[in-house]
Design a protein around this ligand. Sequence first.
Ligand code: NAI
Ligand code: MG
Length: 484
Amino acid sequence: MAKKQTKGWDYSPALESTSHVELKKRYDLYINGEWVKPASKKYFKTINPATEEVLAEVAHANDEDVDRAVKAARKAYTDVWSKTSPSERAKYIYRIARLMQERSREFAVIESLDAGKVIRESRDIDVPLACNHFFYNAGWADKLEYAFPNRTIAPLGVAGQIIPWNFPLLMAAWKIAPALATGNCIVLKPAETTPLTALKLAEIIHDSGLPPGVVNIVTGYGDTGAAIVNHEDVDKIAFTGSTGVGKIIQNAIAGTSKKATLELGGKSANIIMDDAPLDQAVEGIVNGIFFNQGHVCCAGSRLFIQEGVYDKVIEKLKHRMNSLIVGNPLDKNTDIGAINSKEQLDIINGYLKIGQAEGAEMYQSPCDLPETGFYCRPTLFMNVAQSSRLVQEEIFGPVLAIQTFRTVDEVIQKANNTPFGLAAGVWTDKGSRIFNLTTKLRAGVVWANTFNKFDPASPFGGYKESGFGREGGLHGLEGYLKMN
Ligand code: NAI
Ligand code: MG
C-alpha cells in the first residue's frame, strides 16, 4: 500500500518522475551557435532550493565573455538576421515553440527542480504560457507593417535581456519571442539561481536551426548583467527584476542612445467590496499572494477588505490557508513549494520580524515544513498600518498585509499610496463599482473578479517605481522597433 504523504519528502504516488530529465554536470555559454568555455574560467553551482542539492555547474561570464556574445549578436544581425525575411523569421519562432511543446514535461521538471516552483504550476502555467509567447509573436512577425500603418519600422539591432528567477523560462520566452519577431538579435542572461531552463531553451533554439549568433545565452551574476548593460554595442536593455537594480540600470544608460524597458517590483492591492462573491474572492486572494510562493511581481500582497465583510473574509481565508500543502515541489498535490534561495528566505523572515515588531497581528497556517530546503508558511498580517513596511515594501514571499476600509474613496487613496503601481484586483458584484475603481487605481493592470491572469496578447507593465515600457501584445513588439 502506498504510504500517505505527511511531509514533503515522504513517498507519494503523486510524485513527478525525473527520469526523463537530462541535465549536464556542467554548462558552458551559448554564444554564436556553440557551447563555449567562459574566458573567466569560472563556474558557479545552481541548487535545488527544495533539497539544497547541487543540480549543475554553470559558467560565470565576465566582460570578455559578454563582449564575445554581443559581437556574435551584432555580426548575426548585420550579416544574416536583418536580411532574413519576416516570414522566414516567423518559421523559426514557430519551430522553437513546437520543439518546446514537445519537450514540455522536461522543461516543467527542470523548472521545478531549479526554482522550487510546484510542478502543477510549471506544467500547467509556466511552460504552456512560455510556448504561447513564441506562437503569439511568431504570428506578428510578417504582419507588423499592418500593425503600424504609415510608419517605417526597423529592428533596433542587438537587445540585452536580463531576467529574474521567479518565472525563469516564461521570462526568457517573454523577452526572446518579441525581439526575434521584430528582427533583433539577442544576448540574454538568466538569473543566477535559475539558469537551467534558459540553457535548455538554448538547446532547443540550436535544434531549430536558428542562424548562429541570433540568440546568445550568457549565465552569471549581477556583474554579468552589468557587463551587458554597459556594453556600448547593445541597442536596448530589457530588464525584469528588483527596483534597486532597475535604478542602477537607468543610471548606467542615462545619456546613451540605449532604449530600455524595466519591469520592476510591485505591492499590488486586492480589494474586496462588501457585495463581492466571497468564496470566489477568497480563492482569488489565495492565488494572488500564494501562487509561486508569492514570488510574483504583481502578487496581490496587500488585501483591503470592506468593514462589513471583514470577519467573514478572515475566517474563510484562514480556513483556506489551513488546507494548503507546503512541501516537495515535485509532488502534484503540493500548493506551495520552496522559497527560491536562502537569501530570499532571509529577506522574507526579516519581514516577519518587522511585522511582529510593528505590532501587527500575525497568523500562519499550522502546516509541517520539510526539514531541508527553504520554506515559509503562508502568512497573514492583520491590523497593518498604511505606513508599515509590510504595506510599503515588496516582500516577494507568501506574506499578505491586510487592511480594512469603509468607502471607495478611502480604498482608492490607500491602494494608490505606495511607491509602486504594477497591478490591482477588485472583487464586487456591481459593474459600476468595477468601472469606478479600475479607472482610479494607478496600476498597469487591474483585474476584476480574478487575479494573476496572463496572456501574450495583453500588455503588461507598471507605473511609478514598478518601471516603464510595456511587454506583451503589440506594445511589447513596439518596444523592439525603431519607427519613423
Ligand atoms: P535582482 O534584481 O538583483 O536580480 C534580477 C536579475 O538582475 C538577475 O539576473 C541578476 O543577476 C541581475 N542583476 C543583478 N544586479 C545587476 C546589475 N547591477 N546590473 C545588471 N543586472 C543585474 O533581484 P534579486 O536580488 O535576485 O532579488 C531581490 C529582490 O528583488 C526580491 O526580494 C524581490 O523583492 C525583487 N525582485 C523582483 C522581481 C520582479 O519581478 N519584480 C524579480 C526578482 C526580484
Ligand atoms: Mg537553482
